[in-house]
Design a protein around this ligand. Structure first.
Ligand SMILES: C[S@@+](CC[C@H](N)C(=O)[O-])C[C@H]1O[C@@H](n2cnc3c(N)ncnc32)[C@H](O)[C@@H]1O
Length: 172
């Protein structure tokens, strides 16, 4: 379980950060810190530790199921954005996570080259090898992939279309 990678390369490419699964707000804070100007985040639970974030201009939070939240955010999104997909219960059953539906919503959006960053990839790929990548490539074959490793475990998957972000993250 990681936080969003602390690299300004992401905000150099996109200014909108969209997160599913706010939890303590840790990654939303990182997103502002590295230069995103708009941060949209949702959590299915009530979150009590994000009062500081709620005062930040550009922060949009809703206590809401991720798929409903994404449906609305995507409806008004006109530009390429960075998605941090991290909404799941505390279990090791990724087949039942909302991730797959979230991905389908993002991949069906009119912008076809969003940056998609998925946490807990190690759990996902062990149970569903290549499923994430194949689903993304079916929507746009120009996507390429890179992993960020924590404690020798490749735990964050980055999917993007121009290699600039992933190669910079992996070989800074
Ligand atoms: C691993 S935590 C998120 C950590 C946070 N993104 C970070 O980077 O620090 C997962 C969060 O997803 C939320 N969650 C689980 N299922 C959800 C769903 N369907 N929609 C929205 N949030 C969900 C949980 O309540 C939990 O707070």
């Amino acid at each position: 379980m990681g936080a969003f990678p602390k690299s300004p390369i992401f905000s150099a490419e996109t200014s909108v950060f969209i997160e599913t699964g706010t939890a303590s707000g840790r990654s939303s804070r990182i997103a502002f810190e590295i230069g995103f100007s708009q941060v949209h985040s949702c959590d299915i639970r009530s979150i009590s530790s994000i009062d500081d974030l709620l005062r930040v201009s550009g922060f949009h939070y809703e206590k809401r199921k991720s798929t409903d939240f994404l449906t609305d955010v995507l409806a008004s999104l006109e530009e390429r954005a960075t998605f941090w997909l991290d909404a799941h219960p505390p279990d090791f059953s990724p087949g039942a996570w909302s991730l797959w539906d979230e991905l389908d919503l993002i991949l069906a959006h009119r912008v076809k080259d969003h940056v998609i960053v998925v946490d807990d990839w190690d759990i996902i790929r062990r149970q569903f090898p290549e499923r994430l990548e194949q689903r993304i490539l079916a929507a746009n074959p120009l996507y390429s992939f890179a992993a960020i490793t924590f404690n020798r475990i490749p735990d964050i998957l980055i999917a993007e279309t121009c290699l600039g972000i992933s190669s910079s993250i992996i070989n800074p």
